[in-house]
Design a protein around this ligand. Structure first.
Ligand code: HSE
Length: 341
């Protein structure tokens, strides 16, 4: 399976590390031999090689700050744009892992449409296109018999989408409620131990949890984007950001946290969705609420179903390998659906 990667930040590097470290195991166990043939970034340059780029060398070059330091080899092309790479029509799938833009979804959205037009399957870690243009992307993918996958967009590689789509396929899902942002959950947990908001945010950035611009995390927009994606995936709800009631954690002070603690409660940024709408809101939970005990960057979601009652999934919501793994799990799903190896 030949891949073009847009973006080589936390997610792209996590995925490349998995290919570097598990490549032979994936071939042996799953007959899966993914090759990254193109990588485009905003800050490190771009590389394209039809016969496949070496994940270890990509990671080394990224660490040095520029793909200029990727070893020159016969057939290697530097400086191609994402459109050039898609138009070359050599890749089987596009991996969109550039920073999320929840206002316009661009430039990623354009590349997603170009890739589908060129017959490529699509997997996204970038939330913008699936939060804002899901219906069009899905219609185009269906019409062309292509896979549109986006496990990484909600709860990193914790299999939320796979759970809903495959394991719960025979159930009606009535609602979803959970903790969908790792950065804010980490900050709230750290503040409870006495760290300042700024210190905790800086740590969340260092650990790779926060978005490139963390405003969206702390103001609730990242969780809201995930709610839109879940709404589309679970209920085909087609809501827009303006339909959701969104606030974040910026108004929560150390005193509020101490106050909640004294009352046997804990603040969590709770995201909830039903087919009718959704909200993201910092909420004081009693300690016996299962969501109150989900700490650090861990995320959780409870799906309310007709046949199975409540099902709760708890797992990583952010992180390098954890989100890189989501890309791998989508590509393995594409392999199962298409036979591409
Ligand atoms: N910034 C996101 C979070 C990353 O903190 O949850 C994973 O989507």
């Amino acid at each position: 399976m030949k891949l073009i990667l847009i973006g080589f930040g936390v997610v792209g590097q996590g995925f490349a590390e998995i290919l570097r470290d598990r490549g032979s195991e994936l071939r042996r166990k799953h007959n899966f031999a993914a090759q990254i043939i193109g990588v485009v970034t905003a800050s490190k340059g771009s590389l394209y090689q039809s016969s496949g780029l070496d994940p270890a060398s990509l990671l080394q070059a990224a660490e040095s700050g520029s793909f200029d330091n990727y070893p020159t080899q016969p057939g290697l092309r530097r400086g191609l744009t994402a459109s050039d790479m898609i138009e070359a029509r050599e890749a089987d799938a596009l991996v969109e892992a550039s920073p999320s833009n929840l206002e316009t979804a661009q430039p990623a959205l354009e590349y997603c449409h170009l890739a589908l037009d060129a017959g490529m399957h699509l997997t996204l870690a970038n939330k913008g296109p699936v939060a804002l243009d899901y219906a069009n992307l899905q219609a185009k993918a269906r019409e062309k018999g292509l896979q549109l996958r986006y496990e990484a967009t909600v709860m990193a590689g914790t299999p939320t989408m796979h759970l809903a789509e495959a394991a719960l396929a025979g159930c009606e899902i009535h609602s979803a409620r959970g903790i969908l942002n790792g950065t804010t959950n980490y900050i709230l947990s750290q503040m409870e131990t006495g760290k300042s908001y700024d210190e905790a945010l800086a740590q969340a950035q260092e650990l790779g949890y926060a978005e490139t611009d963390p405003t969206g995390d702390v103001e609730g927009w990242d969780a809201a984007g995930k709610l839109l994606i879940l709404g589309n995936a679970l209920f085909a709800s087609g809501h827009a950001m303006a339909d959701l009631d969104v606030s974040g954690i910026t108004a929560i002070s150390a005193a509020d946290i101490a106050d909640a603690k004294a009352a046997g409660q804990r603040y969590k940024l709770i995201a909830s969705a039903t087919p009718a709408g959704g909200s993201v809101k910092a909420t004081r939970l009693p300690l016996d609420d299962p969501l109150a005990n989900v700490g650090g960057s861990t995320n959780a979601i409870t799906l309310e179903t007709d046949l199975m009652g409540h099902i709760t999934l708890i797992g990583a919501g952010a992180g390098k390998l954890e989100t890189g793994y989501a890309i791998l799990s989508d590509l393995l799903a594409i392999k199962r659906a298409t036979g591409l190896a």
